[in-house]
Design a protein around this ligand. Structure first.
Ligand SMILES: [Zn+2]
Ligand SMILES: [Zn+2]
Length: 268
């Protein structure tokens, strides 16, 4: 992709290494199998080589899509679909138009309430990559106004603005969109589903299996710990926390906070 650096993934992963390249491919490997991190939870149903879908709670489904970052390294990213009444809201689009179309088609095949609206949680490809495909199907995507310029500057499609979301949360399709401050990126928002006490943390929040904070190329390290604390304080009641990449398990917020602290300069 043209803007390969503008993703949430580990730079070392993109760079590859002799050890990785020399590793034998397991006989059971299938195109699209996630590498390094996992799909969101094991009982998700594999819809296609690069798409998994599973129900997490009463109103919340999770999608995982994998994307080849080069070297055959298929990296997984999580999003969500939230059902309220007769319609559904998509949280994050997958990496591409292909992913977004696959998600919407799979959802329709399950005879679920149609996806009426989408939310993008920051400007990187794994969040906004499918906005154009959604628009063609009549599904508008909304996001932080800050996301618009950042996406366009990086050659990505941009969402429509949730005006002043940096000052007060917005509710979209029964989902609270909250801007906790800068961290993974300056524009990252989280999505809270109060009906199910589920927090979609996006790429601000790291899976407990993630070894580091991932791509920090657009991060605001000095603000990261306080931003995570803002999320922890507001959503202390969360029963599930969905990270942007990898498994839903354990104390993802606590793990992220510890890594954010460790990333601070020694004098901070
Ligand atoms: Zn990102
Ligand atoms: Zn990401």
């Amino acid at each position: 992709m043209a803007n390969g650096a503008r993703m949430c993934t580990r730079s070392a992963f993109v760079a590859g290494s002799a050890a990785v390249l020399a590793a034998p491919v397991a006989a059971s490997a299938r195109t699209g199998d996630p590498k390094e991190l996992e799909i969101a939870f094991p009982r998700m149903r594999r819809i296609a080589d690069r798409l998994w879908l599973g129900r997490l709670s009463r109103h919340v489904w999770v999608h995982t899509t994998t994307h080849d970052l080069g070297h055959g390294d298929d990296y997984p990213a999580n999003g969500a679909i939230v059902v309220h009444g007769s319609s559904a809201t998509l949280v994050d689009t997958g990496w591409s138009d292909t992913d977004a179309n696959a998600i919407v088609d799979a959802w329709a095949a399950l005879r679920m309430p149609p996806i009426a609206t989408a939310i993008a949680t920051h400007f990187h490809t794994d969040r906004v990559g499918g906005i154009d495909a959604l628009a063609k199907r009549g599904i508008p995507t909304f996001g932080n106004p800050l996301t618009i310029g950042l996406a366009l500057d990086n050659g990505h499609p941009a969402p429509r603005p949730l005006h002043d979301v940096e000052k007060h949360p917005h509710t979209v399709g029964g989902i609270e969109v909250f801007y906790p401050g800068a961290g993974h990126t300056i524009d990252n928002v989280v999505a809270w589903i109060p009906s199910d006490a589920v927090l979609f943390g996006g790429c601000l929040v790291k899976a407990t299996t993630a070894p580091d904070l991932g791509n920090l190329g657009d991060a605001v390290i000095g603000a990261y710990p306080q931003t995570v604390r803002n999320v922890m304080r507001r959503y202390a009641a969360a029963r599930h926390v969905i990270p942007g990449h990898g498994t839903i398990a354990g104390d993802a917020l606590g793990h992220t906070l510890a890594m954010a602290h460790a990333a601070l300069p020694a004098h901070a």
